[in-house]
Design a protein around this ligand. Structure first.
Ligand code: HEM
Length: 315
């Protein structure tokens, strides 16, 4: 796998592609599927074998034909129109940039984007660039399955819940996943309504099961009528550890935006150490080394002055 050279010219091209993506995604209203593409390219990462991840391998037929990726060819073709205008940019960077822009143009948080990911290339020597089918989560399974999948990526419970908040956007299509409908009333707006609805449904049903009030039942049905909850969404309010975050994000949109931006950045950088971080680390080491030398010189000066003074007085 090769990494692009991230020089001034590459960075300039990224900014131009970002502008084109903003216009393209807004005009086509395709933020949800672009975000899903970015997630499905990145979400195959295995922290133990250091395989999969945001390397653009989803563009290969072998991978986009995986069952979990049904429908994503549409997003791959959308990205191709941007790639044609900005051929320098790798697919690995392009798909992640599209995900970041999708969140931004629908009103979500700004997510830091650093380019330079390694790009999967299909060669005769290396035909195993595509991960085996089955690395992405199965919506019909429960909390343990979600943990198995996300921990394999090196992500945490908090990341699982925050990232699931991306279902504030878009919808399920029966011909793609077998599920149908949107999670929220405004599926083109990135906000915390996914959590508000999860929280509402759960706390209302708890109250109803305690036979508190029948009006609640009607209110609950009105609020969530026709909206989707995958089994993997429901477990977020059933598992006590996940539930802590659902409650927080339902009450505090700023907390959700902050955590989402962090988790999304982690997802988009799985297996990739941004050069700026590496540079910052090197800089920090240099500064530390310089400080250590400074302290040693100062100490030597103090000790020498002390001995000089002692020798002078004893004379
Ligand atoms: C937690 C485990 C997850 C499961 C089981 C899951 C499952 C699904 C399913 C079944 C669909 C419907 C696909 C279709 O029929 O078109 C979907 C759509 C979507 N997912 Fe997830 N997902 C998960 C996590 C995520 C994450 C982490 C993100 C992004 C960070 C994400 C973003 C989306 C988006 C934006 C859509 C809407 C796509 C569209 O409207 O075309 N999902 N997901």
């Amino acid at each position: 796998m090769a990494a692009p050279i991230v020089d001034a010219e590459y960075l300039k091209e990224i900014e131009k592609a970002r502008r084109d993506l903003r216009a393209f995604i807004s005009s086509k209203n395709c933020a949800p599927i672009m975000l899903r593409l970015a997630w499905h390219d990145a979400g195959t990462y295995d922290v133990h074998t250091k395989t999969g991840g945001p390397n653009g391998s989803i563009r290969f037929e072998e991978e986009y034909n995986h069952g979990a990726n049904a429908g994503l060819k549409i997003a791959l073709d959308f990205c191709e129109t941007i790639k044609e205008k900005h051929p320098k940019i790798t697919y690995a960077d392009l798909y992640q940039l599209a995900g970041v822009v999708a969140v931004e143009v629908t009103g979500g948080p700004t997510i830091d984007f650093v380019p330079g990911r390694k790009i999967a290339c299909f060669t005769i020597q290396d035909s195993s660039v595509c991960p085996k089918e089955g690395r992405l989560p199965d919506a019909k399974k429960g909390a343990q399955h979600l943990r198995d999948i996300f921990y394999r990526m090196g992500l945490s419970d908090k990341d699982i819940v925050a990232l699931s908040g991306a279902h504030t956007l878009g919808r399920a299509h029966p011909e793609r996943s077998g599920f149908e409908g949107a999670w929220t009333k405004e599926p083109l707006k990135f906000d915390n309504s996914y959590f508000v609805l999860l929280f509402l449904v759960k706390s209302m049903s708890e109250k109803i099961s305690m036979r508190m009030n029948h009006c609640h039942s009607e209110l609950l049905q009105g609020e969530s009528a026709g909206l989707l909850k995958l089994p993997s969404d429901k477990v977020l309010v059933e598992d006590p550890e996940f539930r802590r975050y659902v409650d927080l994000y339902a009450k505090d949109e700023d907390a959700f935006f902050k955590d989402y931006a962090e988790s999304h950045r982690k997802l988009s950088e799985l297996g990739f150490t941004p050069p700026s971080t590496a540079k910052a680390d090197t800089k920090a080491c240099v500064v530390l080394a310089q400080s250590a030398v400074g302290v040693a010189v100062a100490a030597a000066v103090v000790i020498l002055s002390y001995f000089y003074e002692v020798t002078r007085r004893t004379k």
